[in-house]
Write a protein of this length. Structure first.
Length: 78
């Protein structure tokens, strides 16, 4: 498909299904958009239309080992 061409009907449904599968296997929306030469918003819209459960922004959030959980016995830093 040419860049900028409208995608409707069965073609749109097929593209949405392919993108959903790749997204659910770990591809980012940005990577998918680049691979099909479409905008982030277009890909996000197709994923929503296809019923994909979107991941939260920013990737994984891991706690570092240096971070401690304050206990009730410790005074709060003011």
């Amino acid at each position: 498909m040419k860049k900028g061409q409208r995608i409707v009907g069965d073609d749109r449904n097929a593209m949405a299904a392919q993108l959903k599968l790749k997204y659910e296997n770990g591809a980012s929306i940005r990577a998918l958009a680049e691979s099909i030469q479409r905008s982030y918003g277009f890909v996000q819209r197709l994923l929503v239309e296809s019923g994909a459960r979107l991941r939260p922004r920013g990737g994984g959030h891991r706690r570092t080992l240096s971070r401690r959980v304050r206990t009730d016995a410790e005074p709060a830093a003011d």
